[in-house]
Design a protein around this ligand. Structure first.
Ligand SMILES: NC(=O)c1ccc[n+]([C@@H]2O[C@H](COP(=O)([O-])OP(=O)(O)OC[C@H]3O[C@@H](n4cnc5c(N)ncnc54)[C@H](OP(=O)(O)O)[C@@H]3O)[C@@H](O)[C@H]2O)c1
Length: 386
């Protein structure tokens, strides 16, 4: 019998959250919404609750609770804040969690859901970057399932499924290269917010869009791949592929490669994780091979995109270094989006924080959260002096 997935969608009003609800609508016999959590987009959240009638809901601010209670036509459990994310993830009706909030704020609920034995479909890459060792320990302790929503990692999951690890030489994740792929250094350094938000191939939330322009997103994904697939840093490479149709490749010991190809639509990897191991028709039409098209592949340029090099350095250092880098980057990207620093300052801030704070072992949640706080404080003071 096919398993019914009763979902908690954390971050339901975002780009991944709304795409997830599209997939749910396409598979009513398999997917049911039991819990929804979101931030500040009141109107959309209210519409989603009325449409899917989850038993448990959560908003970020306590101020929104009375409003939501009076606006809803039915009476679900209503929670708020970080405890609300946990309440949704751990609700008794829920067997599958879609972790789609943005930033390290997603870490505690992802970890708790894995520890409670849930299937967790993780879009929130920051939680894996910050607490990779903790997530692996949570899977072992609770028997949960960790399935990656990121298109490159969902592609790798499909390519590596049931493969003998000894046969793998390397994996390659692709990067579109972002809006500045062909720009000279001086122009990148002076890039504006609007230019950085203009991603050529993917429509995403603002934080990940800026991370794609700096290639920090690809750096976070290199770290994410090492956590998910237990690969060494030297086994994970990045190939720039501007068309975003090949999402990942696996290179075998014999020198051959397998590639995963699909349209660049996040509903595909989302559906993959929700229905795994089943493949069913999706809301996205099958890949159209009758269209003439050209694909290209090139090496990333670490001079124009230093954030990618910083991520490799943090992964090599290990311990809390990825958490430090992620926290500095979250603060720097927020400051850039608010117009308080320039585009090139993002990499400078990240580099400075990594250099200032020594990495510690990252074997418990307190150590990781302390590193996260420390890096945020350092990044804020660096930005304040700009
Ligand atoms: N978008 C993509 O195509 C894509 C692809 C791969 C991976 N990812 C990853 O998926 C995650 C989500 O990305 P996104 O593009 O969907 O972001 P987004 O569009 O900005 O959406 C973020 C969602 O999280 C909610 N949220 C933010 N902070 C929260 C908090 N503290 N508590 C509760 N809810 C909170 C937001 O609520 P409100 O909007 O209501 O405030 C929104 O629903 C990120 O980690 C990103 O790196 C995204």
């Amino acid at each position: 019998m096919m398993a019914i997935r009763r979902l908690a969608i954390l971050g339901s009003t975002g780009s991944i959250g709304t795409a997830t609800l599209d997939v749910v609508t396409a598979h009513p016999e398999r997917l049911v919404v039991a819990a929804l959590a979101a931030g500040r987009n009141r109107e959309l959240f209210l519409n989603q609750c009325e449409r899917f009638k989850p038993t448990c809901v959560s908003v970020t601010s306590p101020d929104d609770v009375p409003w939501l209670r009076s606006a809803l036509s039915y009476a679900p459990e209503i929670h708020f804040g970080p405890a609300g994310l946990l309440a949704c993830a751990l609700h008794a009706e829920v067997n599958t969690v879609v972790a789609a909030v943005v930033g390290a704020a997603g870490l505690p609920s992802t970890e708790a859901a894995l520890r409670a034995g849930r299937r967790v479909c993780v879009a929130n890459k920051e939680s894996l970057v910050v607490g990779g060792a903790l997530m692996r320990a949570a899977v072992l302790a609770g028997g949960g399932e960790l399935l990656p929503v990121d298109s490159e990692h969902a592609a790798l999951h499909q390519l590596l499924d049931a493969r003998d690890p000894m046969s793998i030489r390397e994996v390659r994740i692709t990067a579109s290269g972002g809006p500045f792929r062909e720009w000279p250094m001086a122009r990148i350094q002076a890039a504006t917010r609007e230019e950085a938000l203009n991603h050529p191939t993917w429509k995403m939330g603002p934080k990940i869009t800026i991370d794609s322009a700096t290639l920090m997103n690809k750096g976070l994904e290199v770290i994410e791949a090492s956590v998910l697939f237990n690969l060494s840093v030297d086994q994970i490479a990045v190939t720039v592929h501007p068309q975003s149709q090949v999402h990942a490749m696996v290179g075998f010991q014999d020198g051959t490669y397998q590639l995963q190809v699909s349209a660049n639509d996040m509903r595909l990897p989302i559906q993959y994780t929700l229905l795994y191991p089943d493949k069913r028709p999706s809301p996205v039409p099958p890949y159209d091979w009758t269209q003439a098209r050209a694909w290209s592949f090139e090496e990333p340029d670490l001079e124009r995109f230093p954030c990618l090099g910083l991520a490799y350095a943090a992964l090599r250092t290990g311990g809390t270094a990825p958490a430090l880098l992620n926290a500095a980057n979250e603060v720097a990207v927020a400051a850039f989006l608010e117009g308080r620093i320039g585009f090139w300052d993002i990499q400078a801030c990240n580099s400075e924080v990594l250099a200032r704070i020594p990495a510690e072992p990252a074997d418990n949640l307190e150590a990781v959260l302390a590193a996260d706080r420390n890096a945020r404080d350092n990044a804020r003071s660096w930005i304040a002096l700009k």
